[in-house]
Design a protein around this ligand. Structure first.
Ligand code: KG4
Ligand code: ZN
Length: 377
């Protein structure tokens, strides 16, 4: 039995987890700093680093206690080394180095993006082992990334699509800011869109060729969310919304569970704009993902990252994938957003493939490449 302690500090969650043999999650502790960053409307790297420093030892203690494992029984330390906010990554990496050297156990640096993909498979070991699952196509949609990645049976990965501007999560968060919703806006747009009519307004689906402009071949699988955001800005200018009244009504819907019928027409329009905006972002993700499945003959589709929690995206992708009989595996909510179980789980496969690091391990902010996910054993 190999017990690995994973540490994740690439953004605004200090997360620690203990995982046995790659898949048995003994504890998965996530301490979010979201309230602190909400004051600034986004994540502040130096603040994130300071918070990680304040939290990390408590979170490690809690993860060990919940797993009912003594630190001396840990066989290896895994840590996110890239990509992420550099000051934030450095806290995790320094802690991991200290722990690994004091316990004299292996240290494994993990790529956060590969770990997100693993997060969709952490409780699906059989899919990993099955030959017929490959090639796998992964849609990674978070606050920082929007990627389409293929995984071959030998673990070789290739990025086949990416965003040219905002990530899908940013499209939600920045859209929410324009709508004057609180940060992070993704989950709020998701909630509010259920009360609106998503086909009332036609927002642009970036790089999908719907505007009449043909898509350049090199952008066939790429995304662009800047147009939809600008379009939202213009759409809102056309309506003279009374902000305090809207805010009050939104809070009645969300907090007091009022029904939309109890709301006036202005609010109904506002909700239709929200639903239509979400529909455009979701459509672009679904359209490109389905194109990629066809182009690469993918046998399994996985989806991960915070935006994978979005109900409409889950629903539409599930519908399209089932039409062509491609199974869709969506990471469980606790493994969608940033967590350390995906770090400790993937590290097991890396160790088995003899991919270890030493105390020279460096954190890097931008992703160099994703060449390999060591799922083959
Ligand atoms: O993966 P994640 O927790 O952090 C990283 O960016 O690595 O993703 C956070 C992002 C935020 O942009 C948040 O607004 C978005 O995921 N998000 C959602 C939903 N839940 C989280 N976006 C749309 N609908 C949701 N339900
Ligand atoms: Zn992430």
């Amino acid at each position: 039995m190999m017990k690995i302690l994973g540490i994740e500090t690439s953004c605004d969650e200090s997360a620690v987890s203990v995982v046995e043999n790659g898949h048995k999650v003994l504890s998965n502790v996530v301490s979010s700093q979201i309230d602190k960053h909400a004051l600034y409307g986004g994540v502040v790297p130096e603040l994130a680093a300071r918070e990680h420093l304040d939290n990390i030892s408590t979170v490690i203690d809690r993860a060990l206690r919940l797993a009912e494992v003594d630190v001396k029984a840990i066989d290896a330390i895994a840590v996110t080394k890239t990509p992420g906010l550099l000051p934030a990554l450095l806290i995790g990496v320094s802690f991991a180095k200290g722990l690994a050297s004091s316990l004299n156990i292996p240290l494994i640096g993990i790529n956060h993006i590969t770990a997100h993909m693993f997060g969709a498979l952490i409780d699906r070991e059989a899919i990993i082992k099955r030959e017929a699952s490959y090639p796998i196509l992964a849609l990674i949609v978070s606050g920082g990334h929007t990627l389409l990645v293929t995984i071959a049976r030998d673990g070789t990965c290739a990025i086949i699509g990416r965003t040219l501007d905002d990530a899908a999560g940013e499209a939600f968060d920045k859209g929410a800011k324009i709508l004057q919703l609180s940060y992070p806006g993704g989950p709020l747009i998701d909630k509010l869109s259920r009360f609106g009519n998503h086909s009332r307004f036609n927002f642009p689906r970036g790089l999908c060729g719907r505007s009449g402009n043909p898509v350049k071949p090199e952008n066939r699988l790429n995304f662009s969310f800047s147009g939809v955001k600008t379009s939202l800005l213009y759409q809102l200018k056309e309506w003279d919304f009374d902000r305090p009244a809207l805010n009050q009504a939104v809070s009645r819907l969300i907090v007091d569970h009022a029904t939309p019928e109890q709301l006036d027409e202005t609010l109904a329009t506002y909700l239709d704009i929200i639903a239509s905006y979400q529909e455009a972002v979701v459509d672009a993700l679904v359209i490109k993902t389905m194109l990629a499945i066809g182009d690469y003959n993918a046998k399994t589709l996985i989806m991960c990252g915070g935006v994978a929690c979005n109900h409409r995206l889950r629903e539409k992708l599930q519908l399209e994938a089932s039409k062509i009989n491609v199974p869709l595996m969506i990471a469980q909510p606790e493994y969608c957003t940033d967590n350390a179980a995906m770090i400790a789980g993937l590290a097991y496969y890396q160790i088995m493939n003899n991919e270890k690091d030493d105390l020279n391990l460096d954190a890097t902010a931008s992703i160099k490449s994703i060449e390999q996910i060591p799922l083959h054993l």
